[in-house]
Design a protein around this ligand. Structure first.
Ligand SMILES: Cc1ncc(C[n+]2csc(CCOP(=O)(O)OP(=O)(O)O)c2C)c(N)n1
Ligand code: SF4
Length: 283
């Protein structure tokens, strides 16, 4: 069984103190505890600081365009359902440029795990507002403060009955690793939005800011209670719940394809004559 060390140890380009370091630690722990081997895993990301995560992990990896990781991940999962596909990027990549793909993935309930490093800012491009930046948040590009209301990823995911919707905090590594492990074990889409301080460009939502507000959901919370989960998803002020907010067992997207019952497409024989006939029908 693979150990944490088997997933590699690399020098990163992240700032000292960035929450990304802890998220990577939690991910490696979750992978090792899930009994997965590096060759079983495909990490897909877009562009951004968070999207560098697959560069620092020994496994299969695909670096897509900014906001375009989900289409690539969907194709890979459908072609080879044996792969454990993890999509990891920032809030800008997933909720901004990739917003439409995010909505489609939630609705389909494809069997993948999405981990969003949510630092409420664009880190890589030096501090512009992101979809989750709070109203009034000032940046060099938004000197008068953000005018839009922030995007609420958890409320959107729960409203679309995504399979598994959770929030973690990079300051709670063991708790986050446990959430990622549960997400990996879930059959269907698992979204884990992670509160992550960006020490260089977000001086409002700091480590302390998150630490003072994040509280763990206890065993009294029933994640199958959709209405309660919806309510909790709007709690983002003096208190911010972390943990598994919502879960359901609806069939995963890939369960609907009869052709996949015979194994991954990559392992199935190709009837070249039948394929030629189909191709010629479009000529
Ligand atoms: C299509 C496209 N649009 C915009 C960019 C520029 N760009 C690169 S990363 C990024 C934002 C990164 O922010 P986020 O996804 O939140 O990740 P972070 O760097 O904060 O981890 C932007 C706007 C790009 N590379 N490609
Ligand atoms: S700019 Fe922000 S998100 Fe990027 S590595 Fe530095 S602290 Fe992390």
């Amino acid at each position: 069984m693979a150990t944490i060390e088997d997933f590699g140890q690399f020098e990163t380009a992240w700032c000292p103190g960035c929450g990304n370091h802890s998220i990577l630690k939690a991910l490696k722990k979750a992978l090792a505890h899930s009994g997965l081997e590096p060759q079983d895993i495909l990490m897909v990301s877009g562009i951004g600081q968070a999207a560098k995560t697959p560069h620092y992990l020994l496994c299969n990896a695909f670096n897509g365009l900014h906001g375009r990781s989900l289409p690539a991940a969907s194709g890979a999962k459908l072609a080879n359902p044996r792969l454990k596909v993890i999509v990891e990027s920032g809030d800008g990549c997933h909720y901004g440029e990739g917003g439409n793909h995010f909505l489609a993935a939630l609705r389909c309930n494809l069997d993948i795990t999405i981990i969003v490093h949510d630092n409420q800012v664009y880190g890589l491009t030096k501090g512009q507002a992101s979809p989750t930046s709070m109203e009034g948040f000032k940046t060099k590009a938004q000197p008068d403060g953000v005018w839009s209301h922030p995007f609420n990823p958890l409320a959107v995911a729960i409203s679309l009955h995504a399979g598994f919707v959770a929030r973690g905090f990079s300051g709670e590594i063991d708790h986050l690793a446990e959430l990622i492990q549960q997400g990996l074990a879930h059959r269907g889409l698992a979204l884990i939005d992670v509160l992550q301080p960006c020490v260089s460009f977000n001086k409002v939502n700091t480590f302390k800011w998150y630490k003072d507000r994040a509280y763990k959901l206890g065993p009294e919370h029933d994640p199958t209670d959709w209405a309660r989960a919806m309510q909790l998803s709007f709690e983002f002020g003096q208190r911010i719940p972390i943990g598994l907010l919502y879960k359901n067992d609806r069939p995963a997207f890939d369960d609907h394809f009869d052709v996949l019952r015979n194994g991954p497409l990559a392992d199935q024989p190709v009837d070249k004559a039948a394929l030629r006939e189909v191709m010629m029908s479009f000529a």
